[in-house]
Ligand binder design. Structure first.
Ligand code: SAM
Length: 246
């Protein structure tokens, strides 16, 4: 059975994405380490540094959308003071279940909560968060523009939007290695660890289809954000976009 990822209609895309993450949830964290050679930890730390959550007791509410098993929220909680709280919002209950268990292991169950929800229609009030993060999530969302307007809606004026996402490498030499890795290593590795190579085939294709960093920056501006910028990490394997709701 081949999913035929390339031309799926919007409604079917979300179903496909849900199947992918449902089938890999239990092995998701291990796969992240294997496939990125641990680099996802470094990229996530760059995002947390930019987020720069307060180390004081001042209240600070983070919304971590497509937060999956909670990595960004746990890292942010560890870098913050006692006023910090995070809401992990994800469409997939399998990922959220793993996240809830991890919160207990990290002793962060009082600071980090888990809510099922769709990035395109967030179940939160207007202007209710001090920051919005989305890491390796937005390329899975069928209607990116809706997710961006929702991000803007739930943020308080004066607060920050941060998005970490895979990008395409354009460093000569590195691009060849990256292609080889994407098509020859990732799907078989995915199959070996999770029993599912199609999910990882999806991963590779979804990265290729995602808008290039300057285009994505324009989309963020269109959603209303100001001072939008991006930086490329690891030769462009990953892009970190940010903006402010003023
Ligand atoms: N942010 C986490 C991290 O960096 O480890 C998880 C990233 S994981 C690659 C992508 C997540 O996006 C999955 O948990 C998936 O369920 C979630 N997702 C996909 N479509 C979504 C949507 N429309 N709304 C919210 N979450 C979604």
């Amino acid at each position: 059975t081949h999913f035929g990822f390339r031309d799926v209609p919007v409604g079917d895309k979300q179903t496909l994405v849900n199947d992918v993450f449902h089938s890999v949830a239990r092995r998701y964290d291990l796969m992240n380490d294997l496939m990125s050679g641990g680099m996802h930890r470094v990229w996530k730390d760059v995002m947390i540094n930019q987020l720069n959550p307060p180390r004081s007791d001042a209240p600070f509410a983070l919304l971590d959308v497509a937060g999956g098993t909670g990595d960004i929220s746990f890292r942010a909680a560890k870098a913050s003071g006692l006023g910090f709280s995070a809401t992990v919002c994800d469409i997939n209950t399998g990922m959220l279940d793993v996240g809830r268990e991890r919160a207990i292991t990290h002793h962060l169950e009082h600071q980090v909560s888990f809510v099922e929800g769709n990035a395109e229609e967030l179940p939160f009030a207007d202007k209710s968060y001090d920051a919005y993060t989305i890491a390796f999530g937005i390329r899975n969302v069928p209607r990116i523009d809706r997710a961006l307007s929702e991000a803007y809606r739930v943020l308080k004026p004066g607060s920050r939007f941060l998005c970490l996402e895979f990008s395409t490498v354009d460093v000569p030499g590195l691009d060849k290695i990256y292609d080889l890795f994407s098509f020859k290593v990732i799907p078989p590795l995915g199959k070996a660890v999770t029993g599912d190579s199609e999910s990882y085939q999806y991963l590779v294709e979804s990265i290729r289809k995602f808008p290039k960093p300057p285009i994505f920056a324009d989309m963020i501006r269109e959603a209303g954000f100001s001072r939008v910028k991006y930086e490329l990490l690891s030769g462009g394997i990953v892009a970190l976009h940010s903006g402010w709701r003023l």
